[in-house]
Unconditional design. Sequence first.
Length: 119
Amino acid sequence: MYKFEKLEVYQLALQYTDMIYSVAEKLPGCEDYNLKSQIIRAATSVVLNIAEGSTSQSDAEQRRFLAMALRSLTETVACQQLIGRRRYISAEELTETYQFSQSLFAKLQALRRSLMPTV
């Protein structure tokens, strides 16, 4: 088993990506190469950056990858807002995914902070 597979945030990111795929499947065909592609790539990037960062040689390097995961996560949130504004999916349907993103964001931030050097 790889180190990243044991991380709670990695497992949560996998779950979040599954949720994002479900959202993306509901988008109209006109968004295949725009919002659909973008939100899937961003969610996938969260998972991949957590995994890649866990193999880093230093805490600083792992923090850098976690920062990229956080940026990708916020990108998925922005995509969700665009999806909601266009009424492709109801706000109620997006609520669960949005709330999950907030929890994942907090856990990623906490892990990143735990790797900060102590003064």
